[in-house]
Design a binder for this molecule. Structure first.
Ligand code: MG
Ligand code: ZN
Length: 377
């Protein structure tokens, strides 16, 4: 079994040597060795829901300081279409990244035939890595759900919640408490998390800044019964969660960790065609990226990827804009088919330059996860 895993990792590394090699023409070094040398111990994936080029541009020009996003050495572009639609929803978009399969809009961790597909988080957990999910939506919402759950419809949040008890998850921070403790089936999933050893806190009991996760126990903090408020109403936990989670997860496993952090509400602001709100959510997300980068710079063996599931609103900045007065317009109340950027920092980052599909982003991350798992054995 051990050798089989190692062998498949080497095969994967050879297949991906084209993008793992820093120079495409250089073939003097064996690909597996090069790749193994570059596989990161930890992977932190940050998804700005609905964050296209214009959302980032608006963030850049409305900020006095440079954004943390401007510090990434590697950038790429990603196509976001789902199986049958050029315009994806967040469920199919996140499933493509989490599982590597194009699926129908609304699908959570299932393929077009509604069969469960393994996710990066499940792969990491199976390899003995620690895992975490953080969102500014409910934790059962489409984007985080697609990394841990397998259901045919994104609206089935009661069916999504029990998946948090099935897979190894070391840290979860987000809204959606009611899907755990006020359920139609009467199950008390908070009690079940506590029985599993979780340290569980809720927004009613204590704010996140008064919680001190201890490495001996998995940690859960719920920010709201359903959906948390926007950052414009004082919701402030995302940068704090982004600071807290990486060192905590690093202590939870010697084999490293996989963490997904979502800035969920950039999308919601753009659905409302509210440019100012979108900028505030964008800057909150960028601050969280800064927290993650600080950890990655100090730790040295962490790959940080920032991207989006799709663009929302067809947002643009018009003539007459200046830094104090951005003329923001939107083309739609829904998502668009525009490509989204990918930013990469850390070991393996160079694999993420170029123009590719969201399922290919998955393939790159999966290869690096597999190489890390093989190297840990
Ligand atoms: Mg989302
Ligand atoms: Zn949306």
């Amino acid at each position: 079994m051990k050798y089989l895993v190692l062998l498949s990792a080497i095969v994967l590394a050879f297949q991906s040597s084209r993008w793992l090699s820093s120079s495409p023409t250089q073939e003097s070094q064996p690909a597996a060795t090069t790749a193994l040398g570059r596989a990161p111990r930890n992977i932190i994936l940050l998804i700005g829901d609905g964050m296209g080029i214009a959302q980032i541009t608006a963030g850049i020009y409305s900020s006095a300081d440079k954004l943390h996003l401007e510090r990434f050495p590697i950038t790429g572009l990603m196509k976001t279409h789902s199986a049958k639609h050029l315009v994806t929803d967040s469920a199919a978009g996140a499933t493509a990244i989490a599982c590597g399969c194009k699926t129908y809009n609304g699908a959570i961790g299932v393929n077009e035939r509604k069969e469960p597909c393994p996710t990066l988080l499940e792969d990491a957990a199976a390899a003995g890595m620690a895992t975490g999910l953080i969102a500014t939506s409910s934790i059962t919402h489409a984007t985080p759900a697609a990394f841990i759950a397998h259901v045919s419809k994104r609206s089935e949040m009661e069916e999504i919640a029990p998946f948090f008890l099935k897979t190894r998850i070391d840290l979860l921070i987000g809204g959606g408490l009611a899907h755990f403790n006020q359920r139609a089936d009467g199950r008390d999933l908070i009690g079940e998390l506590i029985a599993k050893g979780f340290d569980v806190h809720t927004f009613q009991q204590r704010p996140l800044n008064q919680c001190q996760p201890r490495p001996e126990r998995p940690f859960a903090w719920f920010s709201a019964d359903k959906e948390p408020e926007g950052v414009h109403k004082g919701r402030d936990y995302l940068p704090l969660a982004a600071r807290m989670a990486p060192p905590f997860l690093a202590q939870r496993s010697e084999r490293g960790f996989f963490l997904m952090i979502e800035g969920s509400q950039i999308d919601w602001a753009c659905h409302k065609n509210n440019g100012e709100h979108a900028i505030r959510e964008m800057l909150d997300f960028d601050q969280s990226i800064g927290e993650v980068l600080r950890f990655a710079e100090e730790e040295g063996n962490t790959l940080v990827i920032v991207t989006a599931d799709h663009e929302t609103g067809g947002m643009t900045l018009l003539r007459g804009s200046d830094k104090k007065d951005l003329k923001i317009k939107f083309a739609t109340l829904y998502h668009t088919a525009s490509m989204v950027p990918v930013f990469a920092y850390g070991p393996g980052a160079e694999a993420f330059s170029g123009l590719y599909d969201n399922t290919e982003l998955h393939a790159k991350l999966k290869t690096l996860l597999t190489l890390n798992a093989a190297a840990a054995r």
